[in-house]
Design a protein around this ligand. Structure first.
Ligand SMILES: *[C@@H]1O[C@H](CO)[C@@H](O)[C@H](O)[C@H]1NC(C)=O
Ligand SMILES: *[C@@H]1O[C@H](CO)[C@@H](O)[C@H](O)[C@H]1NC(C)=O
Ligand SMILES: *[C@@H]1O[C@H](CO)[C@@H](O)[C@H](O)[C@H]1NC(C)=O
Ligand SMILES: *[C@@H]1O[C@H](CO)[C@@H](O)[C@H](O)[C@H]1NC(C)=O
Ligand SMILES: *[C@@H]1O[C@H](CO)[C@@H](O)[C@H](O)[C@H]1NC(C)=O
Length: 522
């Protein structure tokens, strides 16, 4: 696998000391009972008490989702990037040097002037600190102030104030309160973060929300706090477990069991994972692409005719692949769990060099970027190129995620609120065989070699033996395919970082001087 280090990649991560690993095995217990509930008949109400609906803007060329909020008294307008992979809301301060430096990008989505807010209270000086893997980050104070979002008002809401930051946009982390940054770097006390603060304010009944990111081409999606919208998905909404860290035993991220992957084209379906496959994956709206285990990524690259280009520092596909009618199908929670089909067209992202041009293959075809990469040393993260195709309900009270196939561009609405704090996800059924997927707590995960729960070694996947190859009906016409050898598809599992966020944006032209490549750059 070619190194992908030249991508514009920023990884938010917690202190490695607290990082732990998670592994899934499939227990060989076939007789799990199917618990199919009948979907309730629901009254069609546009707006329900106990929910807060917030429109999200899909920022052009950024692949990130922003929510409008106001902070302080009088309210100051900011757009914050919504992030299920972290747990603090933080805003850049107008005094941060980046915000005064337009040449470096400034703070285009707003900055907060604490001196102009009559309700501002500093609660922990220097308590806020999020560090990036490349040494960049945001630091400052924790403060409390009035926070308004989607018609809800939260008084004395606790946030980070980035007095020093290298990111010009505030982030709205809505993950578990066990991953708040101050637990590692501040006074270590959990505070009610956004979902809990909404419950405490009586705006919603339970710490839960539903994320509908919508089509790649659409400019808006939405997040519904405290409820689900049954008009925004098709098929059944099926819930699966969120797994705790194997070491700490605490639930700190939206880690679910990813249990199958297949690719469907006009010529049929290729299964890309072995039977009894399971690995941990984090659902992370703050990550723009999807990071798959290396071996599975290699299989996908072969299916789609993608090349890992060192010349471009990107996984490259012909832009014409966007016309392909195939799908990549992701399964969760074992057999009987939800399967989300991601259209190949949703995976073809623009590839723009810093000189504004689109690279072409030497045969003149336009080159695009694939919205899937190999995770390498990073955790397996299912970001926006997966999440757009799913309607996802995050239930922080019961540690469950419910998934259904999204209904792109839906204009209707049928909102159902959580009945009470800790109530189950409305309308969701439980994945029938999820109990067969068990978490093990020993060392670095190697599903294929450490064996299943009863001590039987799981079969090592050999795609050649299954007759899979790249000639599969995907109309890819790139110049070459990856020849990387496939090891055990299960591979190593992720290290769940407390603050997962990987932003893959444009491709730097720094490497464009490399000659003799298969791409024409100028
Ligand atoms: C957020 O606010 C900006 C500026 O007022 C506006 O243009 C945009 O439409 C708003 N976005 C949403 C999703 O409401
Ligand atoms: C933030 O945390 C990092 C990592 O723990 C540390 O190196 C750095 O000095 C801290 N920054 C501030 C301003 O406290
Ligand atoms: C730190 O502790 C103080 C009280 O000791 C509390 O008021 C404050 O909210 C805490 N800060 C954080 C970020 O938890
Ligand atoms: C943290 O989250 C858990 C689960 O939602 C909740 O029970 C607990 O009260 C929260 N703690 C704080 C301080 O809000
Ligand atoms: C959704 O709307 C966008 C923008 O109008 C359009 O480009 C796209 O094709 C639509 N998607 C579907 C699946 O209809």
């Amino acid at each position: 696998m070619a190194p992908l280090t030249s991508l514009t990649t920023a990884l938010l991560f917690s202190s490695l000391a607290s990082a732990s690993t998670i592994q899934f095995n499939i227990a060989r217990n076939p007789a799990a009972e199917e618990a199919q509930l009948t979907r309730r008949q629901l009254t069609n109400l546009y707006k329900r008490a106990g929910t807060v609906n917030v429109a999200l803007t899909n920022a052009e060329n950024q692949g990130l989702y922003f929510a409008n909020v106001t902070v302080g008294t009088p309210g100051q307008n900011l757009a914050l990037q919504i992030d299920t992979g972290s747990s603090d809301v933080w805003v850049p301060s107008t005094t941060a040097s980046l915000c005064g430096n337009a040449k470096e990008g400034g703070c285009p989505n707003g900055a907060f002037n604490s001196k102009s807010s009559t309700s501002f209270q500093d609660v922990e000086t220097n308590g806020f600190n999020i560090s990036y893997v490349d040494g960049t980050g945001s630091t400052g104070d924790y403060f409390q102030d009035t926070f308004k979002i989607g018609g809800a008002t939260l008084n004395n809401f606790e946030m980070g104030l980035a007095l020093d930051t290298t990111i010009g946009t505030g982030i709205m982390g809505i993950g578990y309160n066990t991953s708040e940054a101050n637990i590692d770097t501040g006074n270590g006390t959990e505070y009610p973060n956004l979902p809990l603060a909404m419950v405490n304010a009586g705006a919603i009944n339970s710490a839960a929300y539903s994320l509908w990111l919508n089509d790649l081409q659409a400019t808006t999606g939405s997040i519904l706090f405290g409820g689900i919208d049954t008009a925004k998905y098709s098929g059944d909404l099926i819930s699966i477990k969120v797994y705790p860290d194997s070491q700490g035993g605490r639930t700190t991220s939206f880690t679910v069991a990813f249990t199958s992957l297949s690719a469907t084209s006009s010529s049929g379906t290729d299964q890309l994972t072995p039977a009894n496959y399971a690995t941990a994956a984090i659902l992370d709206s703050g990550t723009t692409i999807t990071l798959l285990p290396d071996d599975i990524a290699t299989s996908i690259f072969e299916e789609l005719g993608a090349t890992v280009s060192q010349q471009l520092g990107a996984v490259v596909v012909p832009c014409a692949l966007a016309e392909n009618s195939g799908t990549i199908n992701y399964g969760f929670g074992g057999t009987g769990g939800p399967t989300i089909k991601v259209a190949v067209s949703q995976l073809v992202l623009p590839l723009t060099l810093t000189n504004g041009r689109t690279p072409t293959y030497t045969n003149g075809q336009a080159a695009c970027q694939l919205g899937i990469q190999a995770a390498g040393d990073l955790p397996v993260l299912f970001g926006d190129t997966f999440l757009r195709s799913a309607y996802v309900v995050y239930d922080l009270e019961n540690n469950r995620i419910a998934l259904a196939q999204t209904d792109f561009n839906s204009t209707s609405s049928n909102v159902v609120s959580f009945a009470s704090q800790g109530a189950p996800i409305p309308s969701a059924t439980t994945a029938a065989n999820e109990d067969q997927v068990t978490q093990t707590a020993t060392g670095v995960p190697k599903v294929g070699t450490t064996g299943t729960a009863d001590g039987t070694a799981a079969a090592t996947y050999n795609p050649t033996a299954t007759g899979l190859n790249a000639a599969n009906g995907f109309a890819a016409t790139s110049t070459s395919t990856s020849t990387g050898s496939k090891k055990n598809a299960a591979g190593a599992g992720p290290e769940p970082f407390a603050w997962s966020r990987v932003v893959v944006a444009g491709v730097s032209l720094a490497l464009a001087g490399v000659g003799g490549g298969v791409f024409t750059l100028l």
